[in-house]
Design a protein around this ligand. Structure first.
Ligand code: S3P
Length: 167
């Protein structure tokens, strides 16, 4: 299939780049929004009521459903932790080309510092939380990616052009 999958840390710009590409004519799906619609509640509530493991099962189900629907030429932004479920990795490759939107911890921190909607970043020091999670995830983001795009100080247009050129 000819989809483009955007992966990367929370705050790396997956949804923003996806929405930008939507304005350029791509159909767009965001797995977080997809799950919220199916579950009829916010991610925050899913984590609080049913826990992270349940949310991860929703992510795998969302990928399976999107594959079954036979989407083509879509941009699909996935939640920052979705790639960490090993079973999801072959599903991503089945779905399309995987693009890792990379950002430095400083950039992520500046974008996420006032956020209260991401359960994994609440409580404690935000910088430490980002650093710890990033350490656990970075190698997987790189391993799963067909293309890595640095996003710091780059406009959506610039990021879009890099993706178009290489995918
Ligand atoms: C998560 C990232 C979030 C959302 C959930 C868990 C993660 O999505 O899926 O809060 O584990 O990194 P974004 O990456 O779109 O913020």
């Amino acid at each position: 299939m000819g989809n483009i999958i955007l992966i990367g840390f929370m705050g790396s710009g997956k949804s923003s780049v996806g929405r930008y590409m939507h304005r350029k004519g791509y159909a767009f799906i965001d797995t977080d929004s997809y799950i919220e619609k199916k579950e009829k509640r916010k991610i925050k509530e899913i984590f609080a009521t049913d826990g992270e493991a349940y949310f991860r099962s929703c992510e795998t189900r969302a990928l399976e459903e999107i594959i079954a629907e036979g989407k083509d030429d879509f941009v699909i932004a996935v939640g920052g932790g979705l790639v960490m479920t090993p079973a999801n990795q072959p599903l991503l490759h089945k779905l399309g080309k995987v693009v890792y939107l990379r950002a430095t911890v400083d950039t992520l921190l500046s974008r996420l510092k006032d956020d209260s909607n991401r359960p994994l970043l609440q409580g404690g020091t935000m910088r430490e939380k980002i650093e710890t999670l990033m350490e656990q995830r970075e190698a997987t983001y790189k391993k799963v990616a067909d293309l890595v795009v640095d996003t710091d100080n780059r406009s959506f247009e610039h990021i879009y052009r890099i993706i178009k050129k290489h995918i």
